[in-house]
Structures are given as structure tokens and as C-alpha cells.
Design a protein around this ligand. Structure first.
Ligand code: GAR
Length: 217
């Protein structure tokens, strides 16, 4: 961990639902030696519980509803504006159920992290837990990765694996995966900041349009 005197990286969280990951990150970021602070929550669903969590932690929140924008790029422009207004340096997707467009990626290249409820590169996209159960895998888990244009494909920062039991349902497996998400996501974010936003792995060779190692600006 870095000393208290060093400025904390300004984090913007994007969430669409419950926001349990957002909540644990917000809680851990209270620690004086956590290297980032959450300065804004952007939510795209009016009813999302994440918004209540923002109020609980005293974090400013912006509702940017999907329905107010005809095109995904326009929605992302509004998201970028909200993030830039708070001088966000690192974007953390925590259950953000939108695919990032080039608008968002260009504003924060190699500066957007995501958590996904599978062991990537298996079961990308929507309904990952259902996909894993349908396939019959015996091990599943979660992955923290850098966001790039191809969905759920950027360099992997952290993973946790758990067994899949014969009696598992989507709900039971999701719940055990989330326990691991809450453990690894705050730590992976801190590590990424402390490493100066660098990763050793370059992830999928098919989406290498953006260099994997950018110097921290
Ligand atoms: C998390 O399990 C996360 O892995 C998943 O949404 C959930 C959000 O939970 N994300 C995706 O499926 C992204 N493709 P939360 O709102 O309680 O943090």
C-alpha cells in the first residue's frame, strides 16, 4: 500500500443494478491507505439499488438513463461528460450492463476495469453464470479485466475460481461467485493503481488495438 500523503486516484464507478461490488469498493476505499477514492457513481437504471449505496457513502451520483439516448455512443458521451466533470482518472464497471463504445474507450484508454462472473475467456457476454451451468463446467469463478472493444476480452488482472456443485442453480452459483468478486475486485483495483496502470499480459491478441502498457499520465 502507498503512503497516505500520496494523492488518491479519482475513481468513477459505473453500475446498473444492485451495486454490491460498488459497495465493497466504496467501503474499502475509506481506508486511508487505499490508493483510490470513488468520486462519482454513474447509473443507467433509475431503480438501481446502487444509487442508494451512493447516498449511503456520500458519493455523488448521476442517473444517465438509456432511454434518453437514441444511440449508445450518445449515451456514452453523456457518461464521459459526467466522469470528466468529476475529473475521474480510472473507471470501474461494477455490474454495468452496457457494452462500452469507442467513445468511452477513447476517453479512458486502458483506464476502464470490469468484473465478469466467469473465468474468462470462457462464457463472455450476458448470462455468464447460466452459460457455465448449461455447459456443465465443474469450476467457475470471476475475472477482473481491462475493458477493450471486444466484449469481455481485455487483459486479465485477477481471477478467483470456485467449484460448481451438482445442485447449483444460477442463484446459488451467482451468490458464491459474488463472495469472490467482493474479495478480489477492490484488491485488483488497488494493485492496478499501484502498478502504475501496467499489466504484464496483453490479453487477447485479436483486440490489441490499444497498447497494453501506457505510462500513467
Ligand atoms: C456481478 O456479479 C458482475 O460480475 C456482473 O454483474 C453483477 C453485478 O452485481 N457483471 C456482468 O455480468 C457483466 N457482464 P452487483 O451490482 O451486485 O455488483
Amino acid at each position: 500500500m502507498i503512503p497516505e500523503s500520496v494523492n488518491k486516484v479519482r475513481i468513477g464507478v459505473l453500475a446498473s443494478g444492485s451495486g454490491s461490488n460498488f459497495g465493497v469498493i466504496a467501503q474499502q476505499a475509506q481506508a486511508p491507505n487505499y490508493p483510490g477514492e470513488i468520486v462519482v457513481l454513474v447509473c443507467n437504471q433509475a431503480q438501481a439499488q446502487a444509487r442508494e449505496r451512493a447516498r449511503h457513502w456520500g458519493i455523488p451520483e448521476h442517473l444517465i438513463a438509456n432511454r434518453d439516448y437514441a444511440h449508445r455512443e450518445d449515451h456514452d458521451r453523456a457518461v464521459v461528460a459526467a466522469l470528466q466533470q468529476q475529473r475521474v482518472e480510472l473507471v470501474v464497471m461494477a455490474g454495468w450492463m452496457r457494452v462500452a463504445t469507442p467513445v468511452l474507450l477513447a476517453a479512458y484508454p486502458e483506464r476502464i476495469l470490469n468484473i465478469h462472473p466467469s473465468l474468462l475467456p470462457s462464457f463472455r457476454g450476458m448470462h455468464a453464470v447460466q452459460q457455465a451451468l448449461n455447459y456443465g463446467v465443474k469450476i467457475s469463478g470471476c475475472t477482473v479485466h481491462i475493458v477493450r472493444l471486444e466484449v469481455d476480452s481485455g487483459p486479465i488482472l485477477a481471477q478467483a475460481a470456485i467449484p460448481v456443485y451438482p445442485a447449483d442453480t444460477v442463484t446459488s452459483l451467482q451468490q458464491r461467485i459474488q463472495i469472490e468478486e467482493h474479495r478480489i475486485y477492490p484488491e485488483a483495483i488497488a494493485q492496478y493503481i499501484q502498478d502504475g496502470y501496467r499489466v504484464e499480459s496483453v490479453g487477447s491478441p485479436t483486440n490489441g488495438a490499444i497498447p497494453a502498457t501506457l505510462d500513467q499520465q
